[in-house]
Design a protein around this ligand. Structure first.
Ligand code: DP6
Length: 354
């Protein structure tokens, strides 16, 4: 990376991720109540470019923000609040004005949670700017830990997006190096999961009726909270073992159990939320049915919304496509599907087209 203490630009493309064991419940400054494990995706990503230049007033970070070519005050304020809240983290950046441009590979109103890709792309940019102006540059694992930590402060799930293939966040004895503070790459995973598919079926592109932050807060009053956190710990350990041994069926079972648990927790929160739609349930029933009838390893998961993520190994890609195209696409809003799969993590953007 070229060093320049006064001005420069840096760009990153960072992917979304899909959790198999879900992060749901937090405390303190964005610390998770339970560990989580996710697949890093590849087709759903955010590209963010930061142009920086020194300014006279060094009492705080100043910024401009545009999204998909248009100035966007909503996003700008969210980033400004995040930088202000965590300003002791960003001492070196106070001397700069930041001009940030961002865009997503997926339509903004597709019901896809964009905070994992957007906040990890932002954190990559901020940490790269810091690094390019500092003498003691971080590199390798230490740099990724810092990026993951900063991503976490912006949005919990974003901290898992910075690694290839699979990442774990939250302290767990079975996972070496794991931490509450940042995610780590999961090593020793069976290759069948390195190119696993995740086709995202858009059941509704409406904005979510409850934000993730509000949803996490509802866990504080949930009567099942303590047993849920223990269950997530137990499932994380079982999942890690299944990921290492290549046990697709065990991984698929945990993915489905976790998705249904997440939605059940929301249904029994105070107030309660039902985030699935009739077509989400119909898709779930058709996925279970094809698995039964044709013995195909096709599984589902969901985030905190109605869209269905269809998970399957690359070896059955053509049968899965045929099933999705003939039985599920008609249940999607405007026939929308994002065909995604596990990927290699963030990449630095070399030529800026934003
Ligand atoms: C259901 O990371 O969006 O997707 O930390 O408040 O930004 P904040 O929450 P967020 O929560 C994501 C929750 C989830 C499960 C998961 O990704 O683990």
């Amino acid at each position: 990376m070229e060093k320049n203490r006064h001005a420069g630009q840096i760009g990153w493309r960072s992917p979304s991720n899909i959790a198999i064991v879900k992060y749901w419940g937090k405390y303190g400054n964005q610390l998770p109540r339970n560990p989580s494990i996710s697949f890093t995706l590849s087709q759903a990503f955010t590209e963010t470019i930061i142009r920086y230049r020194t300014k006279e007033d060094t009492s705080g970070i100043s910024l401009d923000f545009s999204f998909e070519g248009q100035p966007n005050d909503g996003f700008k304020n969210r980033i400004a609040q995040f930088l202000e809240k965590n300003k002791e983290e960003f001492g070196a950046l106070q001397q700069f004005h930041l001009d940030i441009e961002s865009k997503n590979s997926f339509p903004h109103s597709s019901g896809i949670a964009s905070s994992a890709s957007s906040m990890s792309a932002l954190a990559l940019g901020l940490c790269s700017v810091e690094n390019s102006i500092a003498d003691n540059t971080l590199s390798g694992t230490e740099l990724l830990k810092r990026v993951s930590h900063i991503s976490r402060l912006a949005s919990g799930s974003a901290c898992r997006s910075v690694y290839p293939h699979l990442a774990a966040w939250g302290q767990l004895d079975d996972i070496p190096g794991s931490s509450q503070d940042y995610a780590v790459e999961l090593d020793g995973i069976h290759p069948v999961f390195h190119d696993f598919h995740d086709d995202i079926l858009i059941v509704s592109k409406e904005e979510k009726s409850v934000s993730s932050s509000a949803g996490h807060r509802l866990m504080d009053g949930n009567v099942y909270a303590a047993s849920r956190y223990q269950q997530a710990k137990d499932r994380t350990a079982i999942l890690y073992a299944a990921l290492k041994s290549g046990d697709v069926e065990a991984v698929g079972k945990i993915a489905e159990d976790e998705a249904l648990t997440l939605h059940a927790l929301m249904m029994c929160s105070e107030p309660s939320f039902v985030l699935m739609k009739p077509n989400s349930l119909e898709m779930i029933s058709r996925i279970k049915d094809i698995r039964q009838r044709k013995k195909l390893p096709i599984y589902f998961t969901l985030d905190a919304g109605p869209n269905i993520h269809v998970l399957y190994p690359d070896a059955i890609a053509s049968q899965a496509k045929e099933f999705i195209d003939s039985e599920l696409i008609q249940l999607c809003e405007e026939g929308r599907v994002i065909r995604d799969r596990v990927g290699h993590g963030p990449e630095q953007i070399q030529n800026f087209s934003l």
